[in-house]
Design a protein around this ligand. Structure first.
Ligand code: HEC
Length: 130
C-alpha cells in the first residue's frame, strides 16, 4: 500500500513532463515563417511592386525573380538572398523597370517609399541572420 501511493504521483509526473515536452517540440519554429511586414511597407509593395511579382502575374521574367506572395515558402537562405536583391534594385533604381515607368511615371518610387522598403529589407535580413 505504501509503495503504491508513491508510484502513482511519480507516474503522473512522468506523463505531465512527457506531454509538456511534446507541446514544446511542436511549438518550435520550422523553416517556414510568416513574413513580418508592417503596413507602411506592405502599402509600398502592394502599389509599386506586387503587380508584376505575384503568382498570378503575366510577367514571367518578374515572376521568376521574385514572388511577394510566396516569401513564406522560401528557405531562410533564399529569403535573406531575396532581401539582398531587393536592397540592390532599390539602390540602383532598377525597380519598377525604366521601360514600365516611361508609360506609367506615377509608379516611380518616391524617396520616402524607397527608404521605407529599403530599411525594411535591411532590418529583416539582419534579424534573420542573428
Ligand atoms: C512592370 C513590372 C514590374 C514592377 C512593377 C516591378 N518589377 Fe521587379 N522585376 C520585373 C522584371 C521583368 C524583372 C526581371 C528583370 C530581369 O531579369 O532582367 C524584375 C526583377 C526584380 C528583382 C530581381 C533582380 C535580380 O536581378 O535578381 C527584384 C529584387 C525586384 N524585381 C524587385 C522589385 C521591387 C522591389 C519592385 C517595387 C518597387 C518591383 N520589383 C516592381 C518587373 C517588375
Amino acid at each position: 500500500m505504501k509503495k503504491q501511493s508513491f508510484i502513482i504521483p511519480v507516474m503522473i509526473l512522468v506523463v505531465l513532463v512527457g506531454l509538456s515536452s511534446l507541446t514544446f517540440f511542436n511549438n518550435q519554429p520550422t523553416e517556414v515563417r510568416t513574413v513580418d511586414m508592417p503596413d507602411n511597407v506592405k502599402a509600398v509593395v502592394d502599389t509599386k511592386c506586387f503587380g508584376c511579382h505575384n503568382v498570378e502575374s503575366t510577367n514571367d521574367k518578374a515572376k521568376d525573380k521574385l514572388l511577394w506572395d510566396k516569401l513564406d515558402d522560401l528557405s531562410k537562405a533564399e529569403f535573406v538572398s531575396a532581401l539582398g536583391s531587393i536592397e540592390e534594385v532599390l539602390d540602383e533604381d532598377e525597380m519598377p523597370p525604366a521601360k514600365f515607368l516611361e508609360k506609367k511615371p506615377e509608379m516611380k518610387l518616391t524617396a520616402d517609399e524607397k527608404m521605407v522598403l529599403r530599411d525594411w529589407a535591411v532590418a529583416t535580413a539582419e534579424k534573420m541572420m542573428e
